[in-house]
Design a protein around this ligand. Structure first.
Ligand SMILES: [Zn+2]
Length: 341
């Protein structure tokens, strides 16, 4: 357990926060926190200002688009060593006692911080760590993801990177959040599900779809009740867990809440990093896919990769790291079997 006074010392006062904008909802408080941090924290100010000049290119596929962002600030995260030895040897950057002096946060749900991510991809990018230094674990924290999404109420999308597929702090439970609509999937989802969505299950007001025509195959859960969403996620998880050996099965999750409905997209993974990542010649592409990349914004921290990456590379990288079609269809069958459909 972390000392309460350490946590208290990292919380921004409502008085200070209100000097930077509205504070009448979680989303507005979060937006005001970013303004305060930019005004008082040099690293944060520089990195958000640099972000305005990052180059982006876009690849248009038939029914959707993929953006590529050249973001040198992300090199540390993209090339992070996440083996257990490297993790043990570094000081955890999400533990309250290790946060930079200037970093302040909001309290959420009694056990989480809302912090500004000082190495942004989104124009407004947040890290949502638990106070305690406990490993990344979705099944125990899924409900908190729903609560965050509801709190952000369509302003920010929440995402989760599994400990073995994108989290650069696999040893410290956290989510992230960024502007809703920044990742193409936020706005493409409705059309994609209409066109390609395969209804897997619909019961108790929860709707589960599988999509296998979107380069990165996914399963979505939609619903209006957090309890029923939780039950549906647990069903999916129990099927997926059987296929992996002990560890948390690999997945990235993107969740949002709008007009009373949650939408949770699960991207099961078969690989953490594509073979391009490990090449030792000029064909190397340093792209380490996590939730944002699967959401349709591929991050290349090296300029040479940004210049050379093409549509075929993107298709190939998604194919390698995502669960294949047979896998997704297996989930569908198992979920239906369990529901007696
Ligand atoms: Zn920690």
């Amino acid at each position: 357990m972390i000392e309460n006074d350490v946590i208290r010392s990292k919380l921004i006062s409502s008085e200070e926060l209100s000097g930077f904008g509205d504070t009448d909802s979680l989303a507005s408080k979060t937006g005001s926190l970013l303004k305060q941090q930019i005004a008082t924290w040099q690293l944060c100010s520089k990195n958000y200002s640099d972000l305005k000049n990052v180059e982006v290119k876009q690849f248009d596929f038939d029914d959707f688009s993929i953006k590529v962002q050249f973001n040198p600030g992300r090199i540390v995260s993209s090339s992070a060593k996440v083996d257990s030895k490297s993790i043990k040897e570094r000081k955890c950057f999400l533990c309250p006692q290790n946060l930079p002096r200037e970093q302040k946060g909001l309290l959420f749900g009694g056990e989480y911080f809302v912090l500004v991510n000082p190495f942004p991809i989104f124009p407004e990018h947040f890290t949502l760590p638990k106070f305690d230094h406990l490993p990344q674990n979705i099944i125990e924290n899924f409900n908190m993801m729903l609560q965050f999404a509801r709190g952000f109420d369509g302003h920010y999308t929440v995402f989760y990177n599994g400990p073995k597929c994108g989290a650069s702090a696999p040893d410290h439970m956290h989510f992230q959040a960024g502007n809703h609509g920044f990742m193409p999937v936020d706005t493409e989802y409705d059309d994609i599900v209409k066109k390609f969505g395969n209804p897997a299950l619909e019961e108790n007001d929860v709707r589960i779809y599988t999509v296998t025509e979107y380069l990165r195959n996914f399963i979505s859960i939609e619903g209006e009740s957090p309890e029923r969403m939780q039950v549906a996620f647990e069903k999916f998880y129990s099927v997926y867990e059987k296929l992996s050996q002990g560890d948390e099965p690999m997945m990235n999750i993107i969740a949002s809440y709008r007009n009373g409905t949650w939408r949770v997209l699960i991207f099961p993974r078969q690989k953490h990093r594509p073979e391009q990542y490990f090449r030792e010649d000029e064909r190397r592409i340093l792209l380490s896919p996590a939730a944002v990349d699967l959401g349709g914004v591929c991050i290349t921290p090296r300029e040479e990769d940004f210049r050379k990456i093409n549509q075929d590379d993107i298709t190939d990288i998604y194919r390698q790291v995502s669960a294949n079609k047979e896998y997704i269809l297996f989930f569908k069958k198992e979920l239906q079997k369990e529901a007696g459909v």
